[in-house]
Design a protein around this ligand. Structure first.
Ligand SMILES: [Zn+2]
Length: 267
């Protein structure tokens, strides 16, 4: 049982106990519980919703859903992942750099970006990179969509990727790394493995490439999944330096399916 369900169970048991106490004993016994009932109800409800909300932003806690954030290995092996593409300008430069260094990466694609970039996606698969699902719209409101709408976005992106590559992805990366009860409900009993990361480069926020690189290198560890974006100036201009530095630190860069020992596509 994921911790969210346990918290929900505990919330309702406490709520019920509080109600029963106040109905059967409260008035006659008086005391703290009866006199501060409103405060206690407020505290209980705020705690429940506050914890649920906060944990949606910590997907690796597995609070709302089972999420994979790294590989279990003693090997000095890590994976590089790129989100938010394909980008018609930056992605080809990244593919070229990966080929030069013989590195296989994983690209989590936004469905709406696939149109007119089909050749790039074909190239990724031909060059043995992996392609995953990163929603269709990547809307700022994605995490507040209904489970049905979230699921239909993922199925549409799967369909587009399959039309282009012939492969049906099993790896899903939630937009913004947010996994709340709505996302969890959408994923329930579906085929996707939810993949996040344990090294967030912040390449979309930080502008100093030296700091981005240092942050990644500082956090390197066996089984690490590194989050980058094929849409940022950092990956466009500084990927080569990063790849070299990772290799110089004694790490090999492997595809995500090898790192996680999981298939990337449905058979
Ligand atoms: Zn994204």
């Amino acid at each position: 049982m994921v911790p969210f369900r346990r918290l929900t169970l505990l919330f309702f048991i406490t709520l019920l106990s509080l109600n029963l106490w106040n109905i059967f004993y409260g008035k006659s016994a008086g005391g703290f519980v009866f006199n501060h009932a409103i405060l206690l109800y407020g505290l209980l409800i705020t705690t429940y919703f506050g914890v649920s909300f906060a944990m949606a932003f910590l997907p690796c806690s597995n609070f709302h859903h089972h999420v994979i954030c790294g590989g279990v290995t003693d090997d000095h092996a890590v994976s590089i992942t790129f989100d938010d593409g394909p980008d018609p300008v930056k992605t080809p430069l990244i593919l070229k750099m990966l080929e030069k260094h013989d590195v296989k990466a994983t690209f989590f694609q936004i469905g709406k970006h696939l149109t007119n970039n089909e050749q790039l996606v074909k190239q990724m698969v031909e060059e043995e990179h992996l392609v995953g699902n990163h929603s269709y719209s990547h809307s700022n409101w994605f995490d507040l969509f209904s489970p049905d709408k979230i699921r239909s976005e993922l199925l549409e992106t799967d369909r587009l990727i399959k039309n282009i590559t012939g492969k049906s992805p099993l790896f899903f990366r939630p937009p913004f790394g947010v996994v709340n009860p709505l996302v969890s409900m959408a994923l329930k009993n579906m085929h996707w493995k939810t993949i996040c990361w344990n090294i967030r480069s912040l390449d979309t926020m930080k502008t100093d490439p030296r700091k981005i690189k240092e942050k990644i290198l500082r956090k390197l560890k066996p089984g690490a999944i590194i989050l980058l974006h094929d849409t940022t100036p950092f990956t466009e201009h500084h990927l080569e330096a990063l790849l070299t530095a990772i290799k110089n630190a004694g790490y090999k860069i492997v595809p995500l399916d090898i790192l996680l020992k999981l298939p990337a596509y449905a058979s």
